[in-house]
Design a protein around this ligand. Structure first.
Ligand SMILES: NC(=O)c1ccc[n+]([C@@H]2O[C@H](COP(=O)([O-])OP(=O)(O)OC[C@H]3O[C@@H](n4cnc5c(N)ncnc54)[C@H](OP(=O)(O)O)[C@@H]3O)[C@@H](O)[C@H]2O)c1
Length: 251
């Protein structure tokens, strides 16, 4: 069994924590890097994971996705310690309403949300790409949302959103995933496989713990994309794990 180096942003709590928990219990031979903006909360998460029976190698690095210096330093650390990265899970993300209906607050809200949920994902991928290219089977998994599905919104399968900038930013993250995959396929022969995923509505602080799904169930789509053989799931596509199986989410 080959051992992978897997880095997950925002993994000190919520779905990111569950992704590390689910994957490390399933594949203990891998190394899991918890990339957190607070290293202290990352270390606390490591203790919690060990109390949950995780035996895999767990490492913590500081990485604030909106801070370029921490992204660059994190990549330097991974390079010097591991020499490559096999899987990058871009999980950290935000959802915020504008403070008011003023044009200033609307602009500020969209800028903040797009910076965290789109530009920062591209900055993180760009910085780690040289390390991903050193992997035999590099994968990038972007944690999007069902809210990103314009089809589900337009056909009324989703109720109108209360946080417009969030859904729009996640649709943009999906578009980014498609563009990165196309560029990869044309320029690098498709070495890096990109995926975007919907974890489903999970019980986390994100929604005041009102989600219907256990975040461990929300993590399953990522687990499937990581543990499966290369080429098993269509790359550059939008995936979710529902009703006991993987299925594509309509754009
Ligand atoms: N919960 C859901 O129902 C749901 C549904 C669809 C998609 N999602 C997506 O799933 C992902 C995780 O959400 P969640 O529900 O687990 O949320 P959560 O419980 O609020 O956790 C968010 C995580 O992201 C981290 N984070 C936020 N800003 C960051 C930054 N600038 N740099 C680094 N880390 C940062 C947080 O770190 P701190 O602890 O330091 O704040 C925390 O670890 C998000 O991308 C979200 O859009 C969630």
């Amino acid at each position: 069994m080959s051992s992978k180096i897997i880095l997950t942003t925002g993994s000190n709590r919520g779905i990111g924590f569950s992704i590390v928990q689910a994957l490390s219990l399933r594949s203990p031979q891998n190394t899991y890097i918890l990339a957190c903006r607070s290293p202290t909360s990352g270390q606390e998460a490591v203790k919690e994971l060990q109390n949950l029976g995780v035996k895999a190698n767990l490492d913590v690095i500081e990485l604030d996705i909106i801070n370029d210096e921490t992204i660059i330093n994190a990549a330097k650390y991974v390079e010097s310690k591991y020499g490559r990265l096999d899987v990058l899970v871009n999980n950290a993300g935000i959802a915020q309403r504008p403070k008011s209906d003023s044009l200033h607050d609307i602009r500020e809200n969209f800028a903040t949300t797009f910076n965290a949920n789109v530009s920062s994902i591209l900055a993180t991928i760009t910085t780690f790409l040289p390390l991903l290219r050193k992997s035999q089977s590099p994968r990038v998994i972007n944690v999007s949302s069902g809210r990103a599905s314009i089809t589900r919104s337009a056909t009324g399968k989703l109720p109108p959103t209360a946080v417009v900038s969030y859904g729009v930013s996640k649709s943009a993250l999906n578009a980014l995933t498609v563009e990165l995959q196309r560029a990869e396929d044309v320029n690098e022969g498709g070495k890096v496989e990109y995926f975007t995923i919907n974890p489903g509505h999970c019980k986390t602080a994100f929604n005041g713990f009102k989600g219907a799904k256990d975040p461990l169930d929300g993590a399953e789509v990522v687990v499937q994309l990581v543990v499966s053989e290369r080429g098993m799931w269509k790359k550059g596509a939008f995936w979710e794990f529902e009703e006991g199986g993987m299925r594509e989410v309509p754009w």
